[in-house]
Structures are given as C-alpha cells and as structure tokens.
Write a protein that binds this ligand. Structure first.
Ligand SMILES: O=P(O)(O)OP(=O)(O)OP(=O)(O)OC[C@H]1O[C@@H](n2cnc3c(O)ncnc32)[C@H](O)[C@@H]1O
Ligand SMILES: [Mg+2]
Length: 199
C-alpha cells in the first residue's frame, strides 16, 4: 500500500456517520474504482471531536478509522460559519443541533442571532485522508453565500434549507444533489483530494 495515491480496486473507509455526507461522497467517488466502506458498515465508534479546528477534527476522525481498520480512511469535518455570529456555529455546527440532530432548532438559533442586513455565511469542509501508519493529507473547500429565512427545500441535509450560495436564488436544499455537488464546500475539497490522491 503506497501513501500517495489510492489505486483502483483499493479499499477506502469513509470515516463519517453522517448519512447526508455519505450520500454525497458515494456520488463523488463513483467513477474512481475504489471500494468504499462506511464507518457505520464497519461498526466504528464516533470519536469525540476534541480539536479546535476543522483540520484538527478531520485528522482525528480519519486517524481513528485508519488505525482501527488498517485501511486508508477519509474523514470530513465541516460546518456553517455565519459572519454576524463571528463565524459560529463553525466547528460546533453538529453540536448546535444536539444529540437528537434537531436542525430546525439550530437553524432558528442562527436566525435569532442575526439581523436583516448582515446575512453573509460560508460553509467550510476539510477532508483528511489518513493511512494506518499515521500519515495524513488534508484538503479544504469553501462556498460563500447567505442565510435565507424561512428555511426552504426538502433535499440535502443539515443546514441546507437556510443556505443560499452566492449567485443562486435557491437554497442548497432546493437543488438536486448533482447541482450542490458541483459547487459545494465538499465538492471543492473533494476536487483537491481527487487531484492529489485519485487521478
Ligand atoms: O463527524 P461525522 O461523523 O462526519 O458527522 P457530523 O454530522 O457530526 O459532521 P461534522 O462533525 O463535520 O459536523 C458538521 C455539521 O455541519 C453540517 N454540515 C456540513 N456540511 C453540510 C452541508 O453540505 N449541508 C448542510 N449542513 C452541513 C452537518 O449537518 C453537521 O451538523
Ligand atoms: Mg461529527
């Protein structure tokens, strides 16, 4: 097993328990001939995200999965950053929704915290590919936009119903997965990962 590129036929663990992310990754990875196994398929525990940055949490999740399985593992740490909230919820985006993943409540908390004139927001995604020997490579993606209220759309996941990317009139939750996958933070990070590790 080399530490550079993932060859066709190699196994890759997706070190995420988020069904929405996993659906997007299965489309993004469809053409590359890697066999994808998810953390849930492998019964991997969800590590506590104790780092203070997206990159730190992505590395912690990827390394935990690579060490537990002996396989290369790709983790995604991501979140929604709201300008008027000083970048919150940011790395705490999942925690704002609580253990019951109450995104309507988390979205309402964002709307309550911001005014009508400062609605800029951005999503960040850091992908980390870790190897069982502890080697890691990270890739960051970002998409800028604004907070929409009330929430709109039934597609996507998480905060998608309140995020409208710059230059679009629809929220991520009103777009087909392929449209979101062409412009999202995850798509941009994935493109860098692909160039470095798959092509
Ligand atoms: O850690 P894993 O197991 O991957 O799953 P998670 O849902 O806990 O993921 P994170 O720790 O990275 O937290 C990211 C949060 O940001 C939200 N988020 C990330 N990307 C998003 C996207 O494309 N659309 C909407 N919400 C997103 C997501 O719903 C989570 O609440
Ligand atoms: Mg998480």
């Amino acid at each position: 097993m080399t530490h550079g590129k993932l060859e066709a036929g190699s196994k890759l663990v997706l070190a995420s328990h988020n069904a929405g992310k996993l659906a997007e990754f299965s489309t993004l990875l469809a053409d590359f001939g890697v066999t994808v196994l998810s953390a849930g398929d492998l019964n991997l525990p969800e590590p506590e995200e104790t780092a203070t940055t997206f990159a730190g949490n992505a590395a912690l999740k990827a390394l935990a999965a690579a060490k537990a399985t002996g396989l290369p593992a790709l983790a995604d740490d991501s979140g929604l950053c709201v300008s008027a909230l000083g970048g919150a919820p940011g790395i705490y985006s999942a925690r704002w929704a609580g253990p019951n993943k109450d995104f309507p409540a988390a979205m309402a908390r964002i709307e309550e915290g911001i005014g009508s004139d400062e609605r800029d927001a951005w999503f960040i995604c850091v992908l980390c590919l870790a190897w069982p020997d502890g080697t890691t490579r990270s890739f960051e993606g970002r998409v800028d936009g604004s907070i929409t209220w009330p929430p709109r759309g039934e597609k996507g996941h998480g905060y998608d119903p309140i995020f409208t990317p710059t230059g679009e009139s629809r929220t991520f939750a009103e777009m087909e997965e392929a449209e979101k996958n062409a412009i999202s933070h995850r798509a941009h990070a994935f493109k860098a990962f692909k160039q470095a590790c798959l092509d």
